[in-house]
Design a binder for this molecule. Structure first.
Ligand code: NAD
Length: 253
């Protein structure tokens, strides 16, 4: 039956940036569908752990700073230690640094691209190696952005890195489809999280953005649940290299 195709019972998902925001929403969605979740974050994921415990799910935290690739082996080995296998990787952790392009520093550029782009590729590579070793395929879901499609204002490194995420998702999907690994992405629209606090605090920008969203509201972490469960489950086994917008219609305007 079709609803059974969305079930994640027995699957193990790694989600980066699991302590808050969209990462937390996706952790809870995956757990609600039956997955055991390994949340990766710089600090404790107590709130996420509590939400998952409340629905009778399984969750474990791996503390890691994803601004360096040195932690990748630990992330994979800790996930294996906890649950013995990995079936799903969600590359959600990301940062944004705002400044006029004319003044943008190399330091900010490197910081944003390290987390949003380099780490994403090497985590994909490490997870794919594990999927190939297990021999049962796997799912990778990267978190892109509206700025994978548009230029944005005062966020050149973010736009470059999120545009890279869209391209990388296609590139890896091509190479790894033969291993039954599906690589896809979700492009969230304007969502209520820490990432957009500065925008939402700016009354004019906030009103401008809201006015352009056909759905008439900002998105929430719960809005990510449907797309993440679909892309993490057998229901999307013939979907490869696609970026799904969860944006209240922003891109349709
Ligand atoms: P957020 O700032 O609330 O969450 C970002 C997450 O990334 C946090 O868990 C944070 O701890 C983690 N993170 C950042 N740097 C890290 C590091 N060095 N090591 C480990 N973890 C690190 O924002 P969010 O909106 O929930 O963002 C989640 C993802 O969604 C990001 O990739 C963001 O770019 C993307 N996104 C957000 C929006 C939005 O409107 N909120 C829109 C499009 C895309």
């Amino acid at each position: 039956m079709v609803l059974d195709m969305f079930k994640l019972d027995g699957k193990v998902a790694i989600v980066t940036g699991a302590n808050t925001g969209l990462g937390q929403g996706m952790c809870v969605g995956l757990a609600e569908a039956g997955a055991k979740v390994v949340g990766v974050a710089r600090r404790s994921c107590d709130e996420t752990a509590e939400k998952i415990k409340a629905i009778g799910g399984e969750f474990t935290t791996v503390i890691a700073d994803l601004s360096t690739t040195d932690v990748i082996d630990t992330v994979i080995s800790e996930a294996l230690k906890a649950y013995g296998r990995i079936d799903i990787l969600v590359n959600n952790a990301g940062i944004i640094k705002r400044e006029d392009a004319i003044e943008y520093s190399m330091e900010d550029w490197d910081a944003v691209c390290a987390v949003n782009q380099k780490e994403v590729f090497f985590l994909c590579q490490a997870a794919a190696k594990q999927f190939i070793k297990q021999g049962e395929g796997g799912k990778i879901i990267n978190v892109a952005s509206m700025l994978s499609y548009q230029g944005g204002i005062r966020v050149p490194a973010y736009t470059a890195s999120k545009s890279a995420v869209l391209g990388l998702t296609r590139a890896l999907a091509n190479e790894w489809a033969k291993y039954d690994i599906q690589v896809n992405a979700i492009a969230p629209g304007y969502m209520v999280t820490n990432n957009t606090a500065q925008l939402r605090n700016d009354e004019d920008r906030s009103a401008e953005i809201l006015d352009r969203i056909p759905a008439g509201r900002w998105g929430t972490p719960d809005d990510m649940k449907g797309a993440i469960v679909w892309l993490a489950s057998p229901a999307s086994d013939y979907v490869n290299g696609f970026t799904v917008a969860v944006d209240g219609g922003w891109l349709a305007r």
